[in-house]
Each structure stands twice: as structure tokens, then as C-alpha cells.
Design a protein around this ligand. Sequence first.
Ligand SMILES: Cc1ncc(COP(=O)(O)O)c(C=O)c1O
Length: 378
Amino acid sequence: MNKIIKNFQDLPTPAFVCEEKLLEKNLKLLKKVQDEAGVNILLALKGFSLYSTFDLCAKYLKGCCASGLNEAILAKNEFKKEVHTYSPAFKDDEIDEIINLSNHLVFNSFSQLKRYKDKAFSKVSLGLRVNPEYSSVEVDLYNPCSPFSRLGVTKSNFEEEYLQYLDGLHFHALCEQNVDALRGALSNFEEKFGEYLHKLKWVNFGGGHHITRADYDVQGLIQLLKDFKARYPHLKVYLEPGEAVGWQTGYLVASVLDVIENGMNLAILDTSAEAHMPDTLAMPYRADIRNSAMANEKKYTYRLGGNTCLAGDIIGDYSFDEPLKIGDKIILEDMIHYTMVKTTTFNGINLPSIILKKDENYFEIIKEFGYNEYISRI
Ligand SMILES: Cc1ncc(COP(=O)(O)O)c(C=O)c1O
């Protein structure tokens, strides 16, 4: 039995707190797209793999997309629906197990297809990731279509004679984008690869569709998908968002450990940008903090820093109505997707606990971490 906590103030920190109600709201919207457009939506485990919620997710979505063996096992054992596995390169010592676990297997190159086709053909539906060469993602770190990208086969490198082994094509070209970007990527995809589609059974539109964001044009997406299906009625269509599933479904709660002064007010938290929210440094972006404002907008401004010795482990400058004091809780918003999946124990810092908010009344502690998790990965 997991520990139950009634009061927010009693939560251990740092902790990721996922609110089931918010997750279900996202899932319902994704199901609406699925039902109205007649497509299949998979959860991209790389972005959200909180498997204690998979019973709920599996009520709405068709399965998971996995990036390799471990995610494929997780999908099979915990989600228990379709498993679609794509990896930039599969390994000889893992491919047999991946084939057994997967419904769809998507290769990133013709050389991988040639290497594994004899093992995989007839056991699993085979696909190829193609690169539609549609660059609309501004940050190169997240742009799969940047020049010399290793992700997906471009039209000029397409080897038509191997089409006979393929059931489907997969393209992933977006990151946190709206329908206009999908329209552009799809148009390039059809222009370059449309001639092959009549020979195939499915197309996977990848992830990066920010469907659950408030300004996302959901009706526009449904229409775009319906139009595509009208052009290719024989094709099954898949989308595999990760971020849109976990979008705004919870937060990271941390405590203030110390407040010091060095030309400005500094607060040290029991979390870390580097170890617990790496995208804040990599992207980079400014995390929202509940009841705070930009520096100097409210009366008391602090530079919030993490509890590692990395000088740049800085969350940012924020202002508050009241002075911060040791023990205060800080709520970093929207920290469920692409966080838990990326944490490290850098500096030996503890991983954040994982907590589910089950309804308005209580929190369930799913996992707490300590020395065992630290030692097991070094
Ligand atoms: C192949 C593939 N599919 C799906 C996704 C999920 O994308 P998102 O979480 O942005 O929806 C990614 C993310 O990088 C990806 O590389």
C-alpha cells in the first residue's frame, strides 16, 4: 500500500506531483481527436512514462511508441496495448526481443532495414522513418529536419526497391507546434513520398503536436486528418505525442533550504535545474513558479538556485509578495513531461519523489528515492 498524505504542506520534497484529473482532461481531448478524425494516438514514452497512470491512459489511447528495448518492455508490461518501436539504430543483441514485443518496428535507415528485414519481416509490421525536410522548429536541439540530420531518410536517399518490405512510413518533424506546422510538414511529406503511399498500410505522423495546449487548433487538426484520410482511405493513421499527454498535468514542488545575500538575494532549493529539470538549461526556458512574477515586479526578488555545485544550476530570478524563508515550498509549474524521464543523481542529489494527486482530497506517494537509486546507476 502506498503512503497517503492529506495536506499539501506535508508532502516530501522535492517531488513531482501529477494530478490525475488534469491528465484525464488531456486524454479525453486526445480521444476526441482519435474518434472524430478516425486516427490512432499512441503515447510517446520518451516524454511521459509515469506508468502508475497507465491504466488511466490505456482507457483512452491505442498504445505506446517506444524508443528501444526498455521502453518497449514498459509498454508491453504496463500499458498492455499496441507497441510501436522506433530507434535511430537498433542493436544486434536487442533486436529479437524488440521484434517479439512490437506490433510496428520503424527503421531509421535503409541500412538498418537491410540488416534486420529477414528476422523481422512477417513477424512485425515494418516501417521506415523518412525526413520530410520541413524545418519549422527554431531550436536546433529539437529540430529533426536540420541540415545533415541523422533522423530519417530523405527523398534523395530513398531506395525504392526496398518498398516491398515496408507497410508504413513515419515522419516526425515537429516540436511543441500547432496545426499550421503539421500542415507544412505533411505537405512536404506528401510531395516527396506521396507516390509510395498507395503501396502502404499506415502512416505515422510522429509527435510534437501540442494538441492539449489552450491555443491549439483542435478542429483544424481533425479536419486536416480527415482530409488526409479522404485522399488515402486505405491508410491507417497514427500520431504519437508525448508532451501533449503530460502537458500541464502537475508540478515539481521543492523546499527552500537556505536564503543568502551576495549583491542580491539568493535562495537555494532542494531541487536542481541541472538534475531535475534539464530542459530549463538545455532549451533553455523559464519555468513558471506559482504566485511569483518576473524579477522586481513583486516586492521581494530572489535568484533561485539548485542544490548542486554547478555554478550554472540556476532556475532563474523571481519575485514574491513575501520574503522567502527556510522551509517555504516552491511550486514549479508544468514539470511532468520530459522531466521524470530525464532526471539524474548528479552530485548525489536525490531524485524527486513521485506523487499522484488522486482527487481533491489526497496525495498518493508512488515512489521515494535515496542512496539505492544513486548507487545503482554508477
Ligand atoms: C520519433 C518521435 N516520436 C514522438 C515524439 C514525441 O514528441 P512530443 O513529446 O514532442 O509530442 C518524439 C520526440 O522527440 C520523437 O522523436
